[in-house]
Design a protein around this ligand. Structure first.
Ligand code: FES
Ligand code: FE
Length: 337
């Protein structure tokens, strides 16, 4: 499947790179001299050493393996290998870094490790249409042009699927999200906004903005329509992305499954560039969803260790408002055959 890995702006110039874990693979994402984004398996073609072990960094023009110094250019081509007298006999493209399919959308780099990637339109864009009713409604928020105002990385001791399931239901909202239900009163009823096509949860009457205390937010994103104003929309893009849309910012979560019982979640709060550059106080708007994240992840961590209890069964099918969790289980089982 398509997997969202890196904010494009984190790869500022050619040679900037990030390494990310996708499943059990390490992937090296970088920007070539042409400005295009490239992604490779982070595996030296000589004897398999990890090319880069840092999470991020910058090279001038090549990636050199620290083991025996095989050297690759930013397009992954093998350009040097010491003591190889017959370098000409070694096909430099054939022994280049193994490429991974790349797409850019919403200002993020998405990769796919399949030889033959599924259609981005069917897998990724369809999730937005399914949720909002029309793909262009997300364009109103102009997500690629927004800037990262805050990023918080959470190391969650729970399986990635628990985090997805939790995000899909709001049956827990009244119990664990006091601040969120204050801002979005309908969430106290337990029906998640993403339950209905095109539905955005409305702010409470007294609420001025999507902030921890309901005070006014920052500058509204100009393209947001009257319909979308004073509303919160949530979209799940399987397998590992949540997009949250409110009038003045967008919150985007990327989940990186690290182990059966561990997931790293990178959460970006995105605002208009002027808001970020102008040094506006973002604390009140960041604090609301940061608290929601902590509350959700704590619930997942509380659940994870007991899911393997011999007495646990039928999760996600007992309560009608959670039926989409059952549907998610079917989807997972179907995908893994
Ligand atoms: Fe990379 Fe030998 S393993 S150069
Ligand atoms: Fe929640």
């Amino acid at each position: 499947m398509w997997f969202c890995v890196v904010r494009s702006s984190d790869l500022g110039k050619p040679g900037a790179f990030k390494t990310v874990q996708v499943g059990t693979e390490s992937i090296l994402v970088t920007r070539a001299r042409s400005g295009a984004v490239r992604a490779f398996y982070n595996v030296c073609r000589h004897r398999g050493a990890t090319i880069r072990t840092e999470e991020s960094g910058e090279v001038k023009r090549t990636f050199q393996c620290p083991y025996h110094a095989w050297t690759y250019d930013l397009d992954g081509k093998l350009i040097a290998a010491p003591n190889l007298t017959k370098m000409a006999d070694l096909d430099r493209v054939e022994y280049g870094l193994v490429k991974v399919h790349v797409r850019e959308w919403l200002g993020y780099v998405w990769v796919c490790l399949a030889d033959d990637p599924p259609s981005f339109e069917d897998d990724v864009l369809a999730a937005v249409t399914e949720r909002l009713g029309a793909l262009d409604l997300i364009d109103n928020y102009d997500v690629p042009s927004l800037e990262v105002g805050r990023r918080i990385v959470y190391d969650v001791q729970a399986n990635w699927k628990l985090i997805i399931e939790n995000f899909m239901e709001c049956y827990h909202c009244a119990t664990i999200h006091p601040e969120l239900t204050e801002v979005l009163p309908e969430f106290a009823d337990g029906y998640a906004a993403q339950y209905f096509v095109g539905h955005g949860a409305e702010f409470g009457d007294e609420i001025q903005g999507f902030t921890i205390d309901g005070s006014a937010g920052v500058d509204r994103i100009p393209g947001v329509s009257e319909d979308q104003d004073r509303r919160y929309y949530a979209i799940t893009i399987k397998p590992q992305v949540f997009v949250n849309l409110v009038p003045d910012h967008v919150i985007l979560h990327r989940m990186f499954p690290m182990a059966v019982d561990r997931t790293v979640v990178e959460c970006d709060w995105l605002y208009l560039p002027g808001v970020v550059a102008g040094g506006k106080d973002l604390d009140k708007s960041v604090e609301l969803f940061h608290r929601v994240n902590e509350q959700d992840f704590e619930a997942c961590e509380r659940t994870q260790p007991r899911m393997s209890s011999r007495t646990y069964a039928k999760g996600g099918v007992l309560v009608p408002s959670e039926h989409h969790i059952g549907a998610f289980h079917e989807w997972v089982q179907d995908r893994i055959g």
